[in-house]
Design a protein around this ligand. Structure first.
Ligand code: MCN
Length: 781
């Protein structure tokens, strides 16, 4: 089969709807008799609930109901913990999930205490002031290290410490490696809290149909099937009685897959109880305090090397802030632990972490999902070691790259998909070389930088490498169906938040069935359209759902060929599928359109042949044996204003290998978006809490997202090392842009600041002008 569309920069099918306002988002859902919901959220980060008096609020005009934990009693159980910890011997794991409305205790500022249902959102919000809450304040656990001191307050009274989990993984003998090393370099690294900030905040509409005993939920979730299954269990319904629709979703980036958010559980329950549709749309302030966060970690890491810069071993002990609850298991810290290994041969690795409960919002994956932290640590260690050993920064990386003949490369530790972290394929050296050539590394260091320094300009260069686990299981499925009008409809169980699935999946189908991508209609995120699936996370859509779509469209193609061969009484080999029809090769005018074949596949007379099914359609599933590993190198030249510490990115290069590429234009968009978020995380975005656990910058005026002015033009290039783990050879790409930006910025800024004779080591993320100002004025700087 020739591929016309797979690999081509096909324009996105979904954009017409999005650009003309035709795309349906959760807030567009308007239902007759719909009520609106507002949540009363705890002002305090930690406190014991003495009483909640809702009587005054209930008297307000337009208020229909007010609920607290007393109303739902035992009915709402804590959200089921769907993400279990990997089976790593000796691990400690203390799972704690929240109930939708706090009972007995609040554990973070923003945790829901009560919910008001009213005729409008305005009335519901106004009535929040009339709920009287008596709370006994408790000391808030905010500082990660202080949380582990025995005298510290307990976030969960039934535990005897704030330890949420402890995991140790190792390979080789680090102690021996360090003993025989020429250099052992130790540093402490900090990574601060951040938030994903999608354009569309979260939202839920729930509609209980008492007559049909059916619950329909429109939800901004990234995992509609999980939500359907969990809600059915919580509401005492069968799965078939619950339909979850994730329509167009304006960005998810990970946090929209928390299972379960209180609002996701509360709204269906309220709708059932009042027998009316209800709506809640998160406002931006709620997003800051009630949607999950990421990033808080402290690493004490060391690297052992030979005199010529070969890595002998790495040791890392880190603390991970999991917030008040840990419904998402250990995905984030396990990713940090695994991703630290990067594209390098590291013979000995000793890594342990403690996940810590604090009185801060819950931490779950956000684009990169902990991988940034690991990459930050190893890349910074390598830079500092290169400096100590007087080896070029690119050269030290090159010397340690895993050679191409070493794949599949088993890292001997367990990854988040419970399998040993094995890199399926890769060819790392050409990626580094391309990136260095594209940024003009040598020329910059030998010619341009000295000249710029003579002119008094602080300009530095950075390079950062990473390997990213993508495309994990368990599985996804797809139903591909040719309709009688010749158009093809496809349904999968994953949701879409802007990744371009409506186009890239259509390209896969279009090649198999000889139609145009615009004739393929993709439905994602509707559990009535496709019953099974896991969701959109871990850059798995292209690998897992993409291959399922491919398998299903190949099955449909085979069926179309068979039907046409029967109709023409010819051999299948004599037929070709193209231009929406099946034709006999070399016999002009002898063809049957796909739509007609779809009609024939559903005969009204006679019989369907034994062993065949009606309809020109097929449902297939694909589950990869383990994740596929993408890799890349980012390089940047950055100018720092020595007075204001404002940055100007003069050049930004990404070279990336995500196996075979379905749509290079979508892929570039994915990388651009990731880099933009990475720049925010590296330099602008920091959630600041006071020692009472109060978020001090809960608005987009104070929490600075990079705008188009701060995001540079990027030069992108690819190499292609197909994955042997899926027939299409794909590796994921959705998070790649975000992962290495932190160490890249730190390195380039450090390099730039050398001119000022204020030598600083940048060991924390995010940096900012004010933080650089402080650091460069510290003693010794
Ligand atoms: N793609 C491709 N060729 C490849 C790999 C990917 O053409 N070799 C295309 C895919 O077909 C798909 C897109 O790139 O259209 C992303 O694919 P993939 O890497 O499989 O990622 P997912 O589909 O699983 O999306 C999730 C991923 C993650 S984990 C986060 S976080 C993230 C991201 O995607 N969130 C996003 N990108 C986002 N983009 C937008 N606009 N909004 C988000 O919320």
């Amino acid at each position: 089969m020739t591929t016309r569309f797979f690999g081509a920069p096909v324009k996105r099918n979904e954009d017409r709807k999005l650009l003309t306002g035709q795309a349906l988002f959760v807030d567009d859902v308007e239902l007759p008799g719909m009520l609106h919901v507002a949540f009363l959220r705890s002002q305090a980060a930690h406190g014991r609930i003495k009483s909640i008096d809702t009587s005054r609020a209930l008297q307000r005009a337009g208020v229909v109901a007010v609920y607290t934990a007393d109303d739902y009693g035992a009915y709402w159980q804590p959200g089921p913990l769907l993400v279990q910890p990997p089976p790593i011997a000796g691990s400690v794991f203390n799972p704690r999930t929240q109930v939708p409305l706090a009972r007995d205790k609040v554990r973070y500022a923003g945790e829901p205490l009560a919910v008001i249902v009213a005729e409008s959102r305005y009335l519901a919000e106004d009535a929040l002031d009339d709920i009287d809450v008596e709370l006994e304040p408790l000391a808030a656990v905010v500082d990660l290290e202080a949380a582990l001191i025995s005298s510290s307050a307990l976030v969960h009274d039934d535990l005897n410490s704030n330890v949420a989990a402890q995991v140790h993984q190792a390979k080789g003998d680090y102690r021996k490696a360090a003993a025989g090393a020429h250099l052992v370099l130790k540093r402490r690294f900090h990574y601060e809290h951040g938030i994903s900030s999608p354009i569309e905040t979260r939202g839920v509409v729930a509609q209980w149909d008492a007559r049909g005993a059916q619950m329909t939920i429109w939800d901004t979730t990234q995992a509609p099937v999980f939500i359907r299954n969990g809600l059915a269990a919580m509401l005492g319904l069968g799965e078939r009685q619950v339909r979850v629709i994730a329509p167009f979703v304006g960005g998810g980036f990970g946090p929209k897959i928390m299972m379960f958010y209180p609002e996701e559980v509360a709204l269906p329950w309220i709708s059932m109880r009042l027998n009316r549709p209800v709506k809640w749309i998160e406002d931006r302030l709620e997003h800051f305090v009630a949607t999950t966060h990421e990033r808080g970690q402290i690493h004490d890491a060391e690297i052992a090397l030979t005199a010529d810069g070969r890595i002998l071993g790495v040791k890392d002990i880190f603390l991970h802030d999991t917030g008040a609850y840990n419904p998402y298991g250990l995905t984030v810290p396990i990713n940090s632990q695994c991703t630290l290994l990067g594209p390098y041969v590291i013979p000995a690795y000793d890594s342990s972490f403690t996940a810590v409960f604090t009185n801060l919002p819950i931490v779950t994956p956000y684009r990169g999902a902990g991988r940034q932290h690991g990459v930050f640590v190893i890349e910074r260690l390598l830079d500092l070691a290169a400096c100590e050993l007087d080896i070029d920064r690119a050269e030290i990386r090159r010397r340690n790259l895993i050679p191409p003949d070493a794949f599949p490369f088993n890292n001997e530790i367990i990854y988040q998909d419970f399998a040993p972290l094995t890199y399926d394929s890769g060819n790392y050296e050409p990626v580094l070389t391309k990136a260095l050539d594209a940024i003009g590394y040598r020329r910059f260091l030998t010619e341009e930088q000295p000249k710029l320094r003579e002119e008094g300009r602080c300009v530095g260069i950075g390079i950062a490498c990473y390997v990213e686990g993508t495309g994990i299981g368990p599985y996804e499925g797809a139903k591909v169906q040719v309709q009688t009008n010749g158009k093809v409809s496809v349904a999968t169980g994953i949701g879409t938040q802007g990744q371009g699935h409506f186009t890239s999946f259509a390209q896969i189908v279009a090649d198999q069935l000889g139609v145009a991508p615009s004739d393929v209609d993709i439905v994602t995120g509707d559990t009535d359209q496709f019953y099974w699936g896991a969701g959109t996370f871990a850059s798995r859509g292209a690998v897992v759902a993409g291959n399922a779509v491919s398998e299903a469209s190949q099955a449909v193609r085979r069926k179309a060929l068979k039907l046409a061969a029967d109709a023409f009484e010819c051999a299948e080999e004599d037929l070709v599928v193209a231009d929406g029809k099946v034709s006999i090769v070399g016999v002009p005018g002898k063809f049957i359109r796909l739509g007609e074949l779809a009609q024939r596949a559903n005969p009204m007379r006679g019989a369907v042949k034994p062993g065949t099914e009606p309809g020109l359609e097929s449902t297939q599933y694909f589950g990869p044996p383990s994740g596929s590993t993408a890799n890349g190198v980012h390089a940047a030249i950055i100018e720092v204003d020595p007075l204001t510490f404002e940055l100007k990115v003069l050049k930004y290069v990404v070279v990336h290998d995500c196996g075979t590429v379905i749509n290079p234009m979508i892929l570039e968009g994915q990388i651009h978006g990731g880099v933009a978020q990475g720049i925010g995380n590296a330099f602008y975005e920091k959630l600041s809490f006071d020692d009472q656990g109060q978020l001090l910058n809960a608005s987009l005026a104070d929490y600075l997202l990079p705008t188009a002015l701060e995001v540079p033009r990027m030069e992108l290039d690819h190499t292609v090392t197909p994955s042997p783990l899926n027939p299409l050879g794909i590796k994921g790409a959705g998070e790649a842009g975000a992962i290495p930006v932190g160490p890249l910025f730190a390195q380039a800024i450090e390099d730039a600041l050398q001119l000022t004779a204020r030598k600083v080591e940048l060991l924390e993320i995010p940096l900012s002008p004010s933080r650089l100002f402080e650091l460069t004025r510290q003693e010794g700087a």
